[in-house]
Ligand binder design. Structure first.
Ligand SMILES: [Cu+2]
Length: 124
C-alpha cells in the first residue's frame, strides 16, 4: 500500500511539472495565474502578471500551504490565501488584483524557513 501511495505521489508530481504554466483568461479580460506547490516547493516561483490579474494556489501536497506577501499594510499582508486560511487543493490568493506595478515577494506562512517555499509576483 505504501508503494502505491508513493507511486501516486510521483505521478501527481510529474503531472504538475509538465502542466502548462501561466494563466487562463478570467472574467473581464483579466487572467488567473496558477502557482503550484509540490513536495514543499513552489514549482514556478516567479509569476508575471498584469495589473488586475488574479493568482491561485494549487497545492498538491497533503500539507497545508499559503502564499503570503512579505510586505504588509495596516498590519496585514498585501495578499494571502483566502481569508488567511492555509489550503489544500486549489484556492485564490486574495489581494493580488489590487497590486500596482512592482515586485512582491511571498512565502508560505506555515513553512517560513523552507528554502523552496518562497517566490515573487511581478506586476507589469
Ligand atoms: Cu507551506
Amino acid at each position: 500500500m505504501r508503494i502505491v501511495i508513493g507511486i501516486a505521489r510521483v505521478v501527481v508530481l510529474a503531472a504538475a511539472l509538465v502542466a502548462p504554466a501561466g494563466g487562463a483568461p478570467a472574467h473581464g479580460g483579466a487572467t488567473e495565474h496558477t502557482v503550484r506547490s509540490v513536495a514543499f516547493t513552489y514549482v514556478l516561483p516567479e509569476t508575471r502578471i498584469a495589473r488586475g490579474d488574479s493568482v491561485a494556489l494549487e497545492n498538491y501536497d497533503r500539507d497545508l500551504h499559503t502564499i503570503t506577501a512579505r510586505d504588509e499594510r495596516h498590519g496585514k499582508p498585501l495578499f494571502d490565501t483566502t481569508l488567511g486560511v492555509p489550503l489544500l487543493g486549489r484556492g485564490r490568493v486574495e489581494g493580488v488584483q489590487a497590486l500596482t506595478g512592482g515586485i512582491y515577494r511571498y512565502y508560505c506562512r506555515l513553512h517560513p524557513t523552507a528554502p523552496t517555499m518562497f517566490g515573487r509576483i511581478i506586476v507589469q
